[in-house]
Design a protein around this ligand. Structure first.
Ligand code: GLP
Length: 240
């Protein structure tokens, strides 16, 4: 793992965006793994700005998102589909049929997990963007998830629901379940960039980097991947 600490979230976002932009400009058919949450928002803003100013094209790029809540329609403002459209896809020239996000309202969730996993198996993600949960989760792979897991249906940790309640009007509205890429799918990416900012992530970041590789802290598996960049602001790095 290569750890870089930045003075500001803006700087961290810009540097991460530059890696993606350079890759897409050199590989027009790049496959990107994308994340939701606050952490990649600045990075997405930079991709949009660059697309508008410099014309970086996403016409042939394909994307796979990490996860989606179960039970929220695509039109629900807290669905990850909606988040991605609002914060990235509506503002760049990526064709809709190049976007892959698990369908959280599929009638048969087990079949949807299998379909998504098969889609993933047909592609290799060049760069996977990750955030990290305060409990060390990646995607929605909560503590205790086996490292060899593939796309699956997951019951969310109460800690995760509480953390994400800030986006909903009450905790009762936070979905209880999600579909997530598994840890094995994430580890199959050629390169991984994990972004974290703020003191609430400091413990998870410490455990991920300095702790043992342990399913109780899912992100710790990244220690065994050959190409991981960890981009932190000073607060997230404060316990290192
Ligand atoms: C969410 C998502 C993760 C994300 C994490 C951190 O629950 N499923 O993919 O990385 O929590 O979110 P944030 O970046 O908002 O802190």
């Amino acid at each position: 793992m290569e750890v870089r600490v930045f003075d500001t979230y803006e700087e961290l976002s810009r540097e991460a965006a530059n890696i993606i932009i350079a890759h897409v400009r050199q590989n027009s058919t790049a496959v990107l793994g994308l994340a939701t949450g606050s952490s990649p928002l600045g990075l997405y803003r930079e991709l949009i700005r660059d697309h508008k100013e410099n014309g970086t094209s996403y016409q042939n790029v394909m994307t796979f998102n990490l996860d989606e809540y179960v039970g929220l329609e695509k039109t629900h403002p807290q669905s990850y589909y909606y988040f991605m459209m609002e914060n990235l896809f509506n503002h760049i020239n990526i064709p809709l049929d190049h976007i892959n996000i698990p369908n959280g309202t599929a009638k048969d969730i087990a079949a949807e997990c299998q379909r998504y996993n098969e889609q993933l198996a047909q592609h290799t993600i060049d760069i996977q963007i990750l955030g990290i949960g305060a409990n060390g989760h990646i995607g929605f792979n909560e503590p205790g998830t086996p490292f060899d897991s593939t796309t699956h249906f997951v019951k969310l940790d109460e800690k995760t629901r509480q953390d994400n309640a800030r986006f909903f009007s009450s905790i009762d509205e936070v979905p209880t379940h999600a579909i997530t890429m598994g840890i094995q799918n994430i580890m199959a990416a050629k390169k991984i960039i994990l972004l974290a900012s703020g003191t609430s992530k400091a413990d998870a970041i410490y455990g991920m980097i300095k702790g043992p590789v342990d399913p109780q802290l899912p992100a710790s598996i990244l220690q065994t991947h050959s190409d991981v960049l960890v981009f932190l602001d000073k607060e997230a790095a404060s316990k290192l």
